[in-house]
Design a protein around this ligand. Structure first.
Ligand code: SF4
Length: 94
């Protein structure tokens, strides 16, 4: 019988190699932009959060490189690139 895994367990099987540069950055001064809160709602890995000051923060570890936040928020709010070659996510399907 095969093991049934939840979303967190499946994501936890992926491997992330750090890049020298963060491949996604919130544009300076836009951290409180209400449109940026879309990223909190749509990121499938839950990497965006709102801090006590009402600023949106991004934890880059665990990024699936899906581009959903890029589509939701656009280039006015996010500087979005793929990670450097050899870095980023390696999917481990469970
Ligand atoms: S690319 Fe996908 S996984 Fe990475 S931060 Fe954006 S929405 Fe989240």
């Amino acid at each position: 019988m095969s093991e049934v895994l939840g979303l967190k367990e499946k994501l936890g099987r992926n491997v992330f190699k750090h890049s020298e540069h963060r491949h996604i950055n919130i544009k300076e001064g836009r951290e409180k932009d209400p449109q940026l809160k879309k990223a909190v709602l749509v990121c499938p890995a839950g990497l965006y959060s709102v801090n006590d000051n009402g600023e949106v923060e991004l934890t880059i570890d665990g990024c699936l490189e899906c581009g959903t936040c890029r589509l939701a928020c656009g280039p006015e709010l996010l500087e979005w690139n793929y990670p450097d070659g050899g870095a980023g996510v390696q999917f481990r399907f469970g």
